[in-house]
Ligand binder design. Structure first.
Ligand SMILES: [Zn+2]
Length: 86
């Protein structure tokens, strides 16, 4: 599990063979976000069996090569993720 403000993994992982960024899903109410240093930081406590999510639209680099419908079911869900605007 991660406590609030704990670093999860750096964006640098993008350049490695095993990239957790690819298995980290989008959520409109994410529990993690990248800071300006490119580190994924826990926004709140994340339990061990809880899925780590971040907002693809606030990601510093293109997180998805295509637009997609969001199914995160959060109250503030924007439903359609326009990832290709980057
Ligand atoms: Zn959503």
């Amino acid at each position: 599990m991660f406590v609030k403000d704990e670093a999860i993994y750096p964006l640098d992982y993008w350049s490695q063979e095993l990239m957790p960024i690819h298995v980290t899903n989008h959520s409109c109410d994410p529990n993690a976000a990248f800071n300006e240093q490119g580190m994924l930081i826990a926004l709140r406590e994340i339990k061990e069996n809880e899925e780590i999510t971040y907002d693809y639209l606030r990601h510093p680099i293109p997180a998805s090569p295509w637009d997609f419908a969001c199914k995160c079911k959060s109250a503030g869900c924007i439903k359609w993720i326009k990832a290709t605007k980057y």
